[in-house]
Design a protein around this ligand. Structure first.
Ligand SMILES: Cc1cc2nc3c(=O)[nH]c(=O)nc-3n(C[C@H](O)[C@H](O)[C@H](O)COP(=O)(O)OP(=O)(O)OC[C@H]3O[C@@H](n4cnc5c(N)ncnc54)[C@H](O)[C@@H]3O)c2cc1C
Length: 378
């Protein structure tokens, strides 16, 4: 049986492990984090990804854990609602489509469990050196003893170690796309009920969605920036960078900043794309963000707003990711501006209305009822 070492247990690495197991390979996944990495907002399974998930037998499970958004509001910098939609959201596109939006961490967990019996996962370790010839690839690890594999796959993200070891330094291949994104969780201090809010303030903006039956928020904060001079693994520096940018915003700065400092799942990285002339060398190949995927901006796998030039810090034409455009069906996700401009106020727990139908067990249908009352406005 052919042995395959996959560096990185994110979406790309875990999905490949599942697929290889189905094809009779013996995959081993080495993940630097001590366990599966939680965090992140939602990602979408759409297009060919639906076929892939079906092929590994996880389509029903994915449908069960999908998000149940009822719509979204677009706010101005002061928190006034300027648009709303019950037909589509920026994160998922049309709510009546067959695409599946689910939390990134749910997808990783699902893929992990789907491969669990037959795939070896090694957490808390990383490749440190790699030699290959026509017979095998010999791999050295930070902790484990060296081992030989038939193939090595670098699915270890934008800052891939495999790419650096086999192809060269990151700066030879990385193209900055003009902005950064941070994603972190918080208590649902806005009282959102399966409803997203998006806001743009100058060269920064965020999208906030409630998750886990509305008990938690996932905040995605994006800001335009040239490449920052710092260590992408230094979380304190990244939290400070995000806090500095949040300080210039006008809406909910204090609570957002507190969440950025306290969230255990805080994630922040550049929007960037690796561009290479080839993705394989000898017995090594790159996959996902490590080789070509334009991180969240790809809109092919992960969910990210594809039609928000007026509110999300987007790359310039020069910086834009080389990626296929999203299907027209998911463009113009938000409806026209409502005639009135309403101040959208976060709901305090005391003002929260009794639980409506959408609070209870998730239902498979999407509500298109006016969500203003459940949002606790007015
Ligand atoms: C915590 C987190 C949150 C994210 N949140 C979002 C989001 O909200 N929305 C969105 O659209 N996209 C998000 N992304 C990015 C998105 O997951 C990727 O753009 C996309 O899924 C491609 O996945 P990937 O597996 O190629 O890379 P990644 O998802 O980045 O996974 C790479 C994996 O490799 C591991 N790794 C890195 N270096 C090593 C090493 N040397 N040895 C072993 N393992 C290593 C990392 O810990 C990670 O688990 C997030 C990524 C992460 C890691």
């Amino acid at each position: 049986m052919q042995t395959v070492l996959i560096s990185g247990g994110g979406i790309a690495g875990s999905a490949l492990a599942c697929l290889l197991r189905h094809r009779g390979f013996a995959p081993t996944v080495v993940e630097r984090a001590p366990g599966l990495r939680r965090g992140g907002q939602a990602v979408d399974i759409r297009g060919v990804a639906l076929d892939v998930v079906a092929r590994v037998g996880l389509l029903e499970r994915a449908r069960q854990v999908r998000t149940r958004m009822r719509g979204m509001s677009l706010l101005d910098a002061d928190g006034n609602e300027i648009e709303r939609s019950t037909e589509a959201t920026y994160s998922s596109g049309r709510l009546d489509s067959d695409d599946i939006e689910l939390l990134r961490e749910e997808l990783v967990q699902m893929l992990y469990e789907g491969a669990f019996d037959d795939v070896e996962y090694v957490f808390g370790d990383s490749i440190t050196a790699l030699e290959q010839d026509e017979r095998e690839a010999r791999v050295h690890f930070a902790h484990a003893a060296p081992r030989a594999f038939d193939l090595v796959v670098g699915a270890d993200g934008l800052h891939s170690t495999v790419r650096r070891l086999v192809f060269g330094p990151e700066e030879d291949f990385a193209h900055h796309l003009g902005s950064y994104v941070a994603v972190f969780s918080a208590d649902n201090f806005l009282g959102l009920d399966n409803w997203q809010v998006w806001l743009r303030d100058g060269d920064a903006g965020f999208g906030i969605m409630p998750v886990r039956d509305n008990t938690e928020l996932r905040i995605a904060f994006g800001f335009q920036s040239e490449p920052l001079d710092g260590d992408h693994r230094d979380t304190d520096w990244l939290r400070q960078t995000v806090a500095d940018r949040l300080a210039s915003l006008r809406w909910e700065t204090t609570r957002l900043t507190k969440a950025a400092w306290e969230a255990p799942d805080f994630f922040c990285d550049a929007m960037a794309q690796i561009r290479m002339e080839r993705w394989s060398h000898g017995r090594t190949v790159l996959l996902g963000d490590a080789g070509y995927c334009a991180s969240p901006l790809s809109v092919r796998g992960p969910a990210w707003p594809s039609s928000p030039p007026t509110y999300w810090p987007t790359p310039s034409a020069r910086q834009r990711a080389t990626t296929a455009p999203r299907s027209p069906a998911t463009k113009n996700a938000c409806g026209p501006s409502s005639p009135s401009t309403r101040r959208w106020r976060p709901r305090t727990p005391a003002a929260r209305p009794p639980r409506g139908p959408s609070h209870g067990p998730r239902t498979p249908s999407h509500s298109t009822t006016d969500p203003r009352t459940p949002m606790g406005e007015g």
